[in-house]
Design a protein around this ligand. Structure first.
Ligand code: NAP
Length: 372
């Protein structure tokens, strides 16, 4: 199977290649790597592949792209919007697996998150569908945590307040966050011994507002700050990131009647992992033990964390979860606002279950389907 990879050196593409190597997925593949910026350059390694990859191909060369049975792209929506219609218009019948949002709501697309919607993916393959798109990172992580609760019919509404890492915006933003941390850290440390806490906060705040503070990739200070707006504005005051919560969940779970999902999406200064504080309105005042059982059985990677200070601090943080496939769900308790309101906190590595892992698994699912 000849598989083309576009966007392989970005955040998602790098994690995808690492996971494919860990799982031995290159075996039997003929990989072709593409580049929008340096065609002709050396390709990355694909250990165990059936053929050594050729030099980097031009990601806008329709003929080379069309020679692939499957294209896996982590390049972003601009590339998809340009090249997907050109490929399909030229009669290409291959399988298109994409991390970008561009095609998620297209009628012929299936949003893939197989621990949650394997039957939907199977039905799509049998129906001859060829476009398989990874969900929004925060939505996929929400469903890996509480998709079972939503599907159970117990949930009347979900309000989710997110805490999203800088790497969710790509490699350049994450690198800039570290530069910001360095810039602020240097300014603060220089006066820490002489000016004390209040002095440090004044110096760091001045530095954050200075023209020299690096903001060209993120557009704003993020280190020692937060940004309660992600993506474009939508009608009604929502951001597009907030709009995706209900729109994509409904498609992933294949719900006839959408469960209302809304909240405020916030970019924070963590490096990796998207977290969310979730309020759920139940259809009836269920016992917490019933909800705990449903959460535990959501997926093999979903972990219920005791609502204690120690378990929360050691297991329910980006520091604990980064680089793992675990999706912990903790802080589960009844809210004081109503007997049928509960809250919980969940997070996961958005580069794994929120991006690369559903694509990697979709490639394997397709190979099994095509070979079987
Ligand atoms: P990214 O890191 O910005 O990489 C995208 C492309 O940018 C690369 O393939 C590369 O293309 C180019 N690039 C330019 N400068 C680069 C640098 N310094 N390092 C690496 N690559 C650089 O984007 P991403 O975060 O992987 O996202 C890819 C797609 O997945 C987007 O549509 C995004 O919305 C979606 N997504 C991302 C996440 C996430 O957590 N980041 C989660 C879910 C979905 P060339 O090699 O062709 O130059």
């Amino acid at each position: 199977m000849r598989v083309g990879f576009i966007g392989w050196r970005g955040m998602v593409g790098s994690v995808l290649r690492a996971r494919m190597t860990e799982e031995g997925d290159w075996a039997g593949l003929e990989p072709v790597f593409f580049s929008t910026s340096s065609p002709g350059g050396p390709p990355p390694e694909a250990p165990g592949a059936a053929h050594a990859p050729p030099p980097l191909q031009d990601a806008f060369d329709l003929d080379v792209l069309r020679s692939c049975d499957v294209l896996v792209t982590c390049q972003g929506s601009s590339w998809t919007l340009q090249m997907h219609p050109a490929l399909r218009g030229a009669g290409w019948q291959g399988v298109f697996i994409d991390a970008a949002s561009a095609l998620r709501m297209a009628p012929e697309s299936t949003i893939v998150l197989d621990p949650i919607n394997a039957p939907l993916i199977q039905r799509a393959m049998v129906a001859g569908k060829k476009d398989y798109i990874g969900g929004n990172c925060t939505v996929s992580l929400l469903l890996m945590g509480i998709g079972g609760l939503i599907s159970s019919g117990l949930v009347r509404f979900v309000s989710t307040m997110t805490y999203q890492a800088a790497s969710g915006g790509g490699a350049r933003k994450m690198v800039e966050l570290v530069r910001q941390m360095h810039d602020l850290g240097a300014a603060g440390v220089a006066v820490a011994d002489t000016m004390g806490g209040l002095g440090v906060s004044e110096v760091v705040t001045q530095r954050m507002r200075a023209a020299e503070h690096p903001t060209s990739a993120i557009g704003s200070p993020l280190a020692a700050n937060l940004l309660p707006w992600i993506d474009k504005p939508m009608p009604g005051g929502q951001s597009r990131e907030e709009w995706k919560g209900q729109a994509e969940s409904t498609r992933i779970l294949d719900l006839d009647t959408p469960v209302p999902i809304d909240g405020i999406a916030v970019r924070v200064g963590s490096l990796r992992c998207h977290a969310q504080g979730v309020t759920i309105g139940l259809n009836r005042p269920a016992e917490l033990s019933e909800l705990e059982d449903i959460i535990r059985n959501t997926s093999p990677w979903t972990r219920l964390i005791d609502n204690t200070p120690d378990a929360t601090r050691s297991q329910l943080t980006p520091a604990a979860v980064t680089g793992t496939l675990d999706v912990p769900v903790g802080r589960l308790r009844r809210l004081g606002t109503s007997p049928d309101h509960i809250c919980l906190f969940t997070l996961g590595d958005q580069l794994l279950w929120g991006a690369a892992e559903p694509l990697r698994r979709m490639l394997t699912i397709w190979r099994t389907h095509a070979e079987g």
